[in-house]
Design a protein around this ligand. Structure first.
Ligand code: NAP
Ligand code: MG
Length: 487
């Protein structure tokens, strides 16, 4: 496979800047912990700063919760569970969820701006994906709240109690919605721990919960680092832990819960294979490959980070792909024309660099987009490695950045063998015009999600989750109720 530079550039015709205004969001100078329906200072009075990864400017400071604060949050959730939430009829709980969904819609611009400033993702994505999908999850689970006895889990399924929920930094608001909406619909109360680098949208969400008059203590939000998450996992008053994050931390959590009766669901990492058969429609497929790996800077657990192309069309696909990579607009996340924004943190940027360098050292061929990167902030240009072998680190380890590894195959059997040659099992894509071939592949792929002729599509009605080292449990759909019910 040759890795030739693309021949066509956009030329002198370029887009004018189209900046989203920051004025729709007011960011306070400091945020406390959200416990019993109100903001309060952490008992240690310690805080950390949240920065804009595109500029490295400080946005705000946020309270660091310690074990005593976690204890207060769990006690608040228990009280709300016993006195209000577990007794409330499902139809009434549903009204709160509908209200939260509507307020998220009303405040969508503010939420999108906050998410983009804090996370570094393009405003186009926070506006068109993160925020509307978060609202959709609340709408969807609102509908289930009064129908649980018809969900297939017995005549009167019971909630678990207090749910401890820990989310990562790649889709901060959306992951919070994935966790909170089904837990609340089923009658549980919650203690949510956002990621350290992206707590801001959860602070706006706390304000939305107040606006929705959600009874105090039904949702508590504690901010802090990994030690806050570990204290939540270890707290004896928690009945369930729902975790989304890395496989390494997921493993630690499972170990620490092994001797307890707590329920647990884990949504962990991935190394998704995007398989392109020789009959795939080329232009559409290239767009799907781009979306699969460069959406959200590749900070996507289910990213199509391993491209498997049938050998007979590999050169053609690669040439089209590199041409397209060069057209991706990388830069200011607040610009509505931006396709690829900032890397979320200096640590994540370093991790991406180390793995990309391993790609060079192990003999893969690197192509880097010719885009110009901003001087301040954390950036990594879209990158495609061809001539990748299955043994290379870039084919095995989750990079969680805008880096694609391209491998080839000759027969459908070889495609399946290569796709399944991973310790993960979160998502795969299949590109083919033949329905029979797609179904044949889907039956053999070991992954929780298989997309056909599309990639990275998320819908609240559809279950999402992994097998093997990508975790267990499902979020979304009717399946998403099960993790919060005593069944
Ligand atoms: P991470 O380091 O595992 O962190 C996830 C969350 O856990 C953060 O809130 C983190 O807090 C907290 N945490 C850290 N150490 C902890 C501990 N010992 N006990 C309890 N909580 C702890 O993962 P990340 O780097 O933020 O996120 C990227 C990973 O998430 C990737 O591997 C990605 O594939 C995975 N992910 C999976 C899904 C899915 O649905 N399967 C979705 C999105 C992301 P701090 O941020 O404060 O350290
Ligand atoms: Mg930040």
């Amino acid at each position: 496979m040759s890795s030739t530079p693309p021949s066509s550039k956009l030329g002198s015709l370029d887009y004018a800047p189209a900046l989203e205004s920051k004025s729709s969001a007011t960011i306070a100078a400091h945020y406390g912990l959200f416990i019993e329906g109100a903001f309060r200072e952490a008992s240690s009075s310690q805080s950390f700063s949240s920065i804009n990864p595109a500029t490295e400017e400080e946005l705000t400071t946020i309270s660091q919760a310690n074990a005593a604060d976690v204890d207060a949050a769990v006690a608040s959730a228990r009280k709300a569970y016993d006195s209000v939430w577990s007794k409330m009829p499902g139809a009434e709980r549903g009204k709160y969820l509908y209200r939260i969904a509507r307020i998220i819609q009303e405040r969508s611009r503010e939420l999108a701006v906050v998410e983009t400033l804090d996370n570094g993702k393009p405003i186009r994505e926070s506006r068109d994906v993160d925020v509307p999908t978060a609202a959709a999850h609340f709408f969807y689970y609102a509908g289930w709240a009064d129908k649980l006895e018809h969900a297939g889990f017995g005549p009167s399924p019971r909630p678990l109690g207090v749910a401890g929920q820990i989310v990562p930094w790649n889709f901060p608001l959306l992951m919070a919605a994935w966790k909170l909406a089904p837990a609340l619909a089923t009658g549980n109360t919650c203690v949510l721990k956002p990621a350290e680098t992206t707590s801001l949208s959860a602070m706006v969400l706390a304000d939305i919960l107040q606006q929705a008059d959600l009874p105090p203590g039904v949702v508590n939000i504690i901010t802090g680092d990994g030690s806050t998450g570990a204290a939540l996992v270890a707290h004896p008053g928690v009945d369930k832990i729902a975790f989304t994050g890395s496989t390494g931390v997921g493993r630690q959590i499972q170990r620490s819960l092994a001797t307890t009766t707590k329920h647990v669901t884990l949504e962990l990492g991935g190394k998704g294979a995007n398989i392109v058969f020789d009959d795939a429609p080329l232009d559409e497929t290239v767009e799907g490959i781009i979306d699969g790996i460069f959406f959200n800077q590749g900070h996507v657990c289910c990213a199509g980070s391993r491209l498997l192309v049938q050998e007979s069309i590999a050169d053609d696909i690669l040439a089209r792909l590199l041409r397209r990579v060069d057209q991706l607009r990388v830069g200011d996340p607040m610009d509505k024309n931006t396709d690829v924004g900032a890397i979320n943190s200096a640590e994540q940027l370093e991790r991406i660099r180390v793995l990309a360098n391993a790609g060079d050292e192990e003999g893969a061929t690197r192509y880097t987009s010719s885009c110009e990167l901003p001087k301040k902030g954390f950036w990594f240009a879209p990158t495609v490695f061809s001539n990748v072998a299955q043994t290379h680190r870039i084919a095995r380890e989750e990079i969680f950045g805008p880096v694609l590894s391209v491998l080839t195959f000759r027969t459908p059997e070889e495609a399946i063998a290569k796709a399944n040659n991973t310790t993960y099992g979160l998502a795969c894509g299949v590109w083919s015009e033949k329905g029979s071939r797609t179904l044949w592949a889907a039956q053999r792929l070991r992954a929780g999600v298989v997309w056909a002729n599309t990639y990275n599509r998320f819908d609240p009605t559809s279950p999402f989750g992994g097998v093997r080292e990508s975790g267990f449990g499902r979020e979304g759909g009717r399946h998403g109720l099960e993790g919060y019910l005593d069944v």
